[in-house]
Design a protein around this ligand. Structure first.
Ligand code: GRF
Length: 325
């Protein structure tokens, strides 16, 4: 499996409708040895899209399906089927001139991004450069954003301003903005696919889950983040480990029933569980987070179980009562 120093490359499908210069920029960036993603599919709603020929020449799988005569949801479903078959975990829209159905978008939430040729939230939609020139703006630019159901509206991951020069036409400006697009897009894609391996991002995610439990509070233990419940006389129910004691793992430690259960977990799923130094002796298990495909519902349910094992009865009975409804 091709892989960077610490984790497998994320698989990315790129959807295009035209020239595909952004797709090309993403593709050539991915040729770097340490690039954290690879392009596994280039798909288009236009079989004549120039970018498809380039992808073929570079040995990347392609797919084309004209949308004419198809319902939006039907066309989206056919595209998505190919994307899933390619094994892609992320979708990069690069000049894909289709509005996607909300169902499609919501299934890829947080894993689908787009590049738009304006400094969002300015100039959503088309003719962005003409509108920026017309408005007398000093700068145009480009934005990479996560895709949500609203057109050109999701959280912005990054932007590059591009100066508007005297005498610029929409075309001359578009040409310069493209240079900026090509630099920005691969950088933002690299950043997005690397997040699930970054300790600060994982800590934020775990923290959100841990703090959603009753009377949970953040509390440091031996200089590392942890979560505690039950007030003054309470106890820790989770600890965060960022490569402690020479371990390669970023992990959350949760309470098992004891050393036997811990040993069984590690034996059954050594990619998911490990026995942490010191804590392992009292049945704390390390749930590894810096690995591909973490199931966050699984993490959530272990945090809850761990919380239950230490929370005072007055709190667990509250949860039990709530769960009956
Ligand atoms: C780019 O300007 C991009 O920002 C917009 O569509 C254009 C696509 O160009 N969404 P290309 O096909 O990547 O050359």
């Amino acid at each position: 499996m091709p892989q960077t120093a610490s984790h497998p490359r994320a698989k990315v499908a790129v959807l295009i409708s035209g020239t595909g210069s952004n797709m090309a920029a993403l593709l050539y960036a991915s040729r770097r040895d340490d690039c954290p993603y690879e392009i596994v599919l280039v798909a288009s709603n236009d079989p004549e899209a120039k970018g498809l020929r380039l992808a073929e020449a570079e040995g990347v799988a392609t797919f084309a399906l004209p949308h004419k005569g198809m319902k939006r949801a039907e066309h989206d479903a056919a595209m998505e089927e190919q994307v899933l078959a390619s094994g892609a975990e992320y979708i990069a829209l690069a000049g894909y001139m289709r509005i996607l159905s909300p169902e499609f978008v919501s299934r890829w939430e947080g894993r689908m991004l787009n590049i738009h040729p304006s400094l969002l939230p300015k100039y959503k939609g088309l003719d962005t450069h003409a509108r920026a020139i017309e408005a007398g703006d000093s700068h145009a630019g480009c934005s990479v954003h996560l895709v949500t159901a609203e057109l050109d509206d999701g959280p912005v991951l990054g932007q590059t301003p591009v100066a508007i020069m005297p005498g610029d036409t929409p075309d001359t400006l578009a040409g310069r903005v493209l240079y900026a697009e090509h630099q920005l897009y691969s950088r933002m894609l690299e950043e997005l696919v690397s997040r699930p391996y970054r300790a600060d991002w994982l800590l934020e995610k775990v923290s959100e889950l841990a703090l959603s439990l009753p009377e949970a509070e953040p509390r440091e233990s031996h200089g590392a983040p942890g979560w505690h419940t039950g007030g003054k006389s309470g106890k820790f129910f989770a600890h965060f480990n960022d490569q402690h004691h020479g371990e390669p793992h970023v992990a959350v430690l949760v309470k098992t029933d004891g050393p036997d259960e811990l040993a069984a977990l590690v034996e059954r799923d050594p990619d998911v569980w490990f026995r942490p130094a010191y804590y392992g002796a009292s049945g704390w298990a390390g749930l590894i987070l810096n690995r591909p495909g973490v199931d966050w519902d699984h993490v959530r349910s272990w945090l809850e179980r761990s919380w239950r094992s230490v929370a005072p009865k007055r709190l667990t009975s509250l949860i039990d009562a709530a769960e009956q409804f």
